[in-house]
Design a binder for this molecule. Structure first.
Ligand code: TXA
Ligand code: MG
Length: 316
């Protein structure tokens, strides 16, 4: 069964069609990164702004080096964290076969080597890298299981089945395009402390250090349809509540991201529970989702980043 699914995915990709596949972070919406017409379909299906470049996925560091130029820090990070939830932005290799619309015309490229058994099989058997954003309509909550993808795109894309994403939030994106410097463009499971301890240098963060730039990091993203309130200590309007640890918000429906106060567990549950909360609210005419405070440390930084974008009213 798995073998046939894999064969079908490979055939579809080579024909320039889209395939959704599981990764340990979120489910991706993949296209052959060397076929511009296939990549175009991603932007169309997701309704994704054209200035927001895509990440290419490869099976290993050796293949990654065909498409990007890895300096010393980038090499150290790839060797330390791959396969895993880390994306490296590096200069695009000269004469690479990557379609221009993958990088939105930039001279840099984002590369990732995921650690999920199904993604690993697909990437090691397919000859080209796979360009893939998260498999959701641009702006909505990212998918962490097959059903989430089916809910959004029904039968419009083939979904390669596999276990749900156990990290649950998108990869940490690190810019390695400036010699001797490393900056975080998007926080994730691999934390700033992790990077500092691996490299032994200072690591900048976009937002905190204003000279760091990331195209396409939208202020509003990951948003449920229902209005979202953060750092809630007292429930407003009898909403759907997302607790963390010992917080006890009590509304019409109550979920807990991690009863054990475990930030990893909270990250793994985050998008799934946001979707659940949104569905409950929509089905029961509930006006808001209330989220308890989440500690802003370690992976909590990435969780709060996603939550604040999900709650943002600003389009850009
Ligand atoms: O975990 C993940 O990274 C997932 C799975 C599917 O791999 N993918 C993902 O892709 O989150 P997406 O498209 O939702 O987010 C990609 C981010 C965007 O914010 C984009 O701006 C940034 O990567 N990006 C891509 N290429 C870039 C580049 N050359 N320079 C800076 N940022 C880049
Ligand atoms: Mg996304």
């Amino acid at each position: 069964m798995m073998k046939d699914n894999l064969k079908q995915a490979i055939l579809l990709l080579s024909e320039g069609k889209l395939v959704s596949f599981p990764t340990e972070t979120v489910y991706g919406l993949g296209a052959d990164a060397t076929q511009p017409d296939a990549v175009e379909k991603i932007y169309l299906l997701k309704n994704r702004p054209r200035f927001n470049p895509l990440i290419i996925h490869v099976s290993d560091f050796c293949r990654a080096r065909r498409y990007g130029v890895f300096n010393e820090h980038a090499t150290t990070l790839a060797q330390h964290y791959w396969p895993g939830p880390l994306t490296l932005v590096v200069p695009l290799a000269k004469q690479s076969s990557i379609a221009k619309n993958v990088t939105a015309g930039l001279t840099t490229i984002a590369i990732r080597c995921p650690n999920h058994p199904v993604a690993k099989k697909l990437l090691s058997q397919y000859i080209h890298p796979i360009a893939a954003p998260s498999a959701n309509v641009s702006g909505y909550i990212s998918p962490t299981n097959k059903q989430h993808v089916v809910d959004e795109f029904s039968d419009q894309v083939f979904v390669l089945p596999g276990d749900s994403s156990d990290v649950g939030i998108e990869s940490t994106i690190v810019d390695c395009t400036t010699e001797g410097e490393v900056s975080i463009l998007r926080p994730g499971f691999v934390t700033k402390e992790d990077l500092v301890s691996t490299l032994g240098i200072k690591v900048k963060t976009r937002g905190e250090d204003s000279d760091v730039n990331a195209p396409g990091q939208l202020k509003q993203h990951y948003s449920p349809i229902t209005k979202l309130y953060l750092n809630v200590e007292k429930v407003i309007n009898n909403g759907v509540c997302l607790n963390f640890g010992k917080t006890h918000l009590s509304g019409a429906f109550n979920l807990n991201l991690s009863p054990n106060t475990d930030l990893r567990e909270a990250a793994a549950n985050l998008f799934h529970y946001l979707r659940k909360a949104d569905n409950l609210a929509q089905a029961n005419n509930i006006k808001c989702i209330c989220v308890a405070p989440i500690p802003n440390e370690g992976i909590g930084v990435a969780i709060n980043d996603r939550l604040s974008r999900a709650a943002s009213q600003d389009a850009l």
